[in-house]
Design a protein around this ligand. Structure first.
Ligand code: NAG
Ligand code: NAG
Ligand code: NAG
Ligand code: NAG
Ligand code: NAG
Ligand code: NAG
Ligand code: NAG
Ligand code: NAG
Length: 390
């Protein structure tokens, strides 16, 4: 019995190898079409010459030789900083951009078996988001991060009900050196400003979030730079987010969102929402305390006011550059935040001094509090903050 079984396996293996050398079933022409519509200046796709599309760089096939994964993420996207004159400076070595450039051939959307598609940091030259994405209903992972599209989101993704990871971000956080001035007349002195900015890689808007209603399997949703500002004028704009009960990660940075932080008790798994660089003009909701999975909260530069509620489940809290947030460290740390490791309150209004009870939060390793008007001296016991006190 065992021998027979092994023999059968051997024959199967042999057949598979023979088939594999013949390349993938349905995808070869489609993938070659897709490739031929893009200019690969950095020559990363030179391995695409052979016949066997399943062994090509970035492509993975099922046992039945259907292309199921296409990962063409640009591994070395160009990086930028803002210099002291607020000019955008590329920090990449090469003179030409590393991004593959062109438009998406519709043949890509005939790969019905695709479950994974990553086209991030391509340069699609401000073309529209192709409607063909709605044919790829088996996708569980889709990233079009910073891929230079110019369009509004309507129904292109609404049918992709298997999606668990979706990244449509069209802006990227960069280091902002423009507000730093080095005072060379005395010993080195650095004056910090906002320290980061966002640049856009395309323009994507969304006049409402109704396309999210069907995407109930989403675990990670990244929409940084996407502009739903028209939607956010309605108090119910975030309702489609609130039904995503599996959501762990939500990025709505630099979205031009106005109004409340969209929280809902039903988001029991929400772990790391980011809503920095918005104009929320609201207070931090104390209901966040009920989201027990919450761990990293980034609400920097979000035009918030009021105080900081007690959120002892947090490991990282970033609320810097909210000039109207007033912080009384005595009441904020009256009870230790037992998990807190990183706290950024720079450019907020701190009332009074750092209380002795602050050091009861022993988990803290990084505390950034420049430009807060803190009175009194830094406690000697704070020397145990291992990374940075600024
Ligand atoms: C997308 O699906 C529609 C309907 O099933 C079909 O008519 C169309 O040809 C498909 N598009 C592509 C690019 O495969
Ligand atoms: C989404 O699916 C529905 C039902 O399967 C279909 O009627 C509709 O045309 C699809 N929408 C898009 C944008 O493909
Ligand atoms: C630079 O240092 C000098 C000497 O300490 C001081 O007088 C001056 O105000 C400083 N300039 C700035 C911009 O901080
Ligand atoms: C939370 O979401 C549910 C639907 O999942 C909705 O009925 C409820 O009104 C929402 N609550 C808030 C405060 O938005
Ligand atoms: C947290 O949830 C409990 C029970 O669901 C509720 O009674 C309480 O009001 C909630 N707290 C906040 C701050 O929303
Ligand atoms: C800060 O909070 C503490 C404790 O709640 C309180 O005693 C103190 O008066 C507050 N300080 C200011 C300046 O409001
Ligand atoms: C917190 O610190 C204060 C002052 O250092 C101390 O008296 C108090 O017992 C501490 N409380 C807790 C809960 O550790
Ligand atoms: C710093 O931490 C060490 C051990 O981790 C502890 O023994 C010491 O008392 C702490 N110092 C202060 C000032 O809290």
């Amino acid at each position: 019995m065992k021998l027979q079984h092994d023999f059968a396996s051997f024959i199967f293996l042999l057949l598979s190898i023979l088939c594999v050398t013949d390349g993938c079933h349905d995808g070869r022409a489609a993938l070659l079409n897709f490739k031929s519509s893009l200019a690969d200046h950095s020559n990363r796709w030179s391995s695409w010459q052979g016949q066997n599309c399943c062994s090509r760089f970035g492509i993975r096939c099922s046992d039945l030789l259907h292309a199921i994964a296409v990962n063409l993420r640009n591994p070395n996207p160009d990086s930028f900083i803002l210099n002291i004159n607020s000019q955008l400076v590329s920090t990449s070595d090469s003179k030409t951009s590393t991004a593959v450039q062109g438009t998406i051939s519709p043949s890509l959307f005939s790969l019905h078996h695709l479950r994974y598609l990553d086209l991030s940091f391509k340069d699609f030259m401000f073309s529209k988001l192709p409607t063909g994405f709605s044919n790829l209903t088996r996708l569980t992972y889709l990233s079009l991060e910073n891929a230079m599209f110019s369009d509004s989101i309507t129904t292109q993704f609404a049918n992709l009900t298997s999606l668990r990871w979706l990244d449509l971000s069209c802006s990227l956080k960069i280091v902002d050196e423009s507000s730093i001035s080095y005072n060379l007349t005395s010993s080195l002195r650095v004056t910090g400003g906002l320290l980061s900015s966002y640049i856009y890689f395309g323009h994507i808007s969304s006049s409402n979030l109704d396309w999210l209603w069907g995407l109930r399997n989403l675990r990670e949703l990244r929409l940084s730079g996407v502009d739903p500002s028209k939607a956010s004028q309605s108090s119910k704009w975030a309702e489609p987010l609130s039904i995503l009960s599996d959501l762990r990660l939500l990025h709505l940075s630099n979205c031009g969102v106005f109004g409340m932080v969209p929280v809902n008790q039903s988001q029991l798994h929400l772990h790391s929402p980011r809503m920095d660089f918005n104009s929320l003009a609201s207070a931090i909701p104390k209901e966040l305390a009920n989201l027990t999975a919450l761990s990293v909260l980034d609400l920097s530069s979000a035009n918030l006011h009021g105080s900081i509620p007690f959120l002892p489940q947090l490991q990282e809290l970033y609320v810097g550059n909210n000039l109207d947030i007033a912080i009384n460290l005595s009441s904020m740390f009256a009870v230790p935040w037992t998990h807190l490791e990183r706290l950024d309150i720079q450019s907020t209004q701190v009332i009074g001094s750092i209380p002795a009870s602050f050091t009861n939060t022993t988990s803290l390793v990084q505390f950034t509090a420049r430009n807060c008007g803190i009175q009194g001296s830094v406690l000697s016991s704070m020397a145990n903050l291992s990374e940075k006190i600024s």
